[in-house]
Design a binder for this molecule. Structure first.
Ligand code: HEC
Ligand code: HEC
Length: 213
């Protein structure tokens, strides 16, 4: 079956990524109570619970794993990830503050949503999520984000299940276009995955992912 070499490829790739993550310095676990006080400023856009954002396309922070959140917060603060709406939000925050914020959101229950696509779109999304696209060397998303989309907390692979379709489309497009480069520390993994995806494939897999829990 054509999926065979793909699976061994994704397994090899996942092992490599885990090895890279393990090679990075250990990060201290944050304190959720200290994070809660800092999160007051974030509630306007991300909701007090980190799950009911002001705009339906804003990402859930609730239930996201701590390690991934901390990586992103450091990147947003230090300019490695440009989010114009968050300009100034993290200025002056220490690494410890960011770890505390990450711990606060990681401890909250995630958000459950439903997919909206028609049968054909859902089938395409599911196929990509579970099997990748062998002909284009697109790895199966399950290899790193797990079959339920909850990711891999220990490795810092993000929980993507339940993220709004619009947010996921924007991220996959940004990786594809090389505009989002926060995957630098994992060897450009997501840019590699998104490289071969068309707009239609991105929209289908993003909708499928919105319904995963
Ligand atoms: C004015 C609105 C706004 C405020 C205030 C705000 N954010 Fe955001 N945040 C956003 C938007 C919009 C995005 C998604 C941007 C994108 O599409 O890349 C985002 C993305 C994020 C992400 C990345 C999520 C992911 O899945 O990669 C994190 C983490 C985050 N915000 C944390 C915070 C924290 C912590 C605060 C408070 C200190 C905060 N934000 C304040 C609007 C805001
Ligand atoms: C080999 C591992 C791997 C595979 C395969 C993979 N991902 Fe990822 N993905 C990651 C990692 C690691 C990150 C975090 C990268 C970063 O820090 O920017 C990520 C980030 C993401 C994000 C951004 C999450 C956020 O909150 O902003 C989305 C969306 C995503 N992946 C979707 C997918 C989809 C859809 C597929 C399948 C087509 C896929 N990924 C395949 C490892 C993988």
């Amino acid at each position: 079956m054509a999926s065979r070499p793909l699976h061994s490829l994704t397994a090899a790739v996942a092992t490599l990524v885990v090895a890279i993550f393990i090679g990075t310095p250990a990060q201290a676990a944050g304190d959720p109570a200290a994070g809660e006080a800092l999160a007051a400023a974030c509630a306007a856009c991300h909701g007090a619970d980190g799950a009911t954002g002001l705009d339906p396309t804003y990402p859930n922070l609730a239930g996201q794993n701590e390690r991934y959140l901390l990586n992103q917060l450091v990147a947003i603060r230090d300019g490695g990830r440009n989010i114009p709406l968050m300009a100034g939000q993290l200025t002056g925050k220490s690494d410890e503050d960011l770890a505390n914020l990450a711990a606060f959101y990681a401890a909250k229950p995630g958000k459950i949503r439903q997919a909206q696509g028609d049968d054909e779109t859902l089938a395409l999304g599911e196929r990509i999520f579970r099997g990748g696209i062998a002909a284009k060397n697109v790895a199966a998303c399950t290899a790193c984000h797990s079959p339920s989309g909850k990711g891999n907390a220990a490795a810092g692979y993000p929980h993507i299940g339940g993220q709004p379709t619009g947010y996921t489309i924007a991220q996959l497009t940004a990786y594809r276009e090389g505009e989002r480069t926060t995957d630098e520390n994992v060897g450009g993994m997501m840019r590699g995955v998104a490289h071969g995806l068309t707009d239609k494939e991105i929209a289908a897999v993003a909708d499928y992912v919105q319904g995963l829990h």
